[in-house]
Design a protein around this ligand. Structure first.
Ligand code: ADP
Ligand code: MG
Ligand code: MG
Length: 250
């Protein structure tokens, strides 16, 4: 589904990503972990197409197409969900109306008719239940005054509604409370399907107490220095990141 080959990228003339290789197949959940400043968010920015980051070498293909050539809108249309896709606050527009427009836009790209009001509300009820988001959140205006945790929960809800092929979730570095961590983790676990994939980017070992990744990658100093199964998260929990920084190999 997603193939990243020898990806190098820089921000303001400083090389941040120094040769990333990653292959994500349908049905898989990948966790990308690593200490602060490793380049995790920079990698997310490359995948989202943020202009700040300049790709200097390598390739990223999504279902056989060149992802780097696509605008952020086309990426979304192709089925990529990026966290902070809708970061703006839109006062006066409820999450309900916002999501209805987004869902119908996605349906249109897939050649489907818009949902009726009642079908949409039914879908919304089901998905809210699935990812345990309460109406207090969805009744509010889009992102208006949302805390970090609420933004994350909202993202999981958007994911549940839009059913992306590939979701990329970059955790904010600000502390998520345990409730938000649980909602994010449960959401990722419940939305997992044979035909979709998720990349969870985080430096919180805690998140992987709840999430069940198929693969865990450690990104350090612009490179993936270790990849393994979910047991790697447990190892990190036990040993922290120092052994990675010291160049030790397990
Ligand atoms: P992580 O998400 O793993 O904590 P980042 O991708 O945010 O790491 O940052 C990687 C490196 O890129 C850091 O050294 C950081 O200082 C640098 N960096 C990130 N964003 C910017 C920016 N806007 N301008 C300059 N340097 C940046
Ligand atoms: Mg950081
Ligand atoms: Mg980051």
């Amino acid at each position: 589904m997603l193939t990243i080959k020898d990806l190098h990228a820089k921000i303001n003339d400083k090389e941040i990503l120094k040769g990333i290789n990653l292959e994500v197949k349908a049905g898989e959940v990948h966790a990308i972990m690593g200490p602060n400043g490793s380049g995790k968010s920079t990698l997310a920015s490359v995948l989202t197409g943020r202009e700040l980051v300049e790709v200097t070498h390598g390739s990223v293909t999504f279902n056989g197409k060149d992802l780097l050539e696509m605008s952020p809108e086309v990426r979304a249309r192709e089925g990529i969900f990026l966290s902070f896709q809708y970061p703006v606050e839109i006062p006066g527009v409820s999450m309900v109306n916002f999501m209805k427009a987004a869902v119908n836009e996605h349906r249109k790209y897939r050649g489907l008719e818009p949902l009726s009001a009642s079908d949409f509300l039914k879908m919304m009820r089901e998905r809210k239940e699935l990812v345990e988001i309460d109406s207090a959140l969805t009744n509010r205006s889009v992102n208006e005054g949302f805390s970090g945790g609420e933004k994350k929960k909202n993202e999981i809800f958007q994911m549940a509604m839009l059913e992306p092929k590939l979701a990329i979730l970059d955790e904010t570095d600000s502390g998520l409370d345990i409730d938000a961590l649980r909602v994010v983790a449960n959401g990722v676990n419940k939305l997992k399907r044979p035909d979709n994939a998720v990349i969870v980017i985080t430096h919180y070992q805690r998140l992987l107490d709840y999430i069940v990744p198929d693969y865990v990658h450690i990104l350090y100093n612009g490179r993936i220095v270790k990849s393994a199964g979910k047991e790697l998260a447990l190892e990190l929990e036990e040993k922290g990141y120092d052994w990675i920084k010291n160049g030790e190999n397990a």
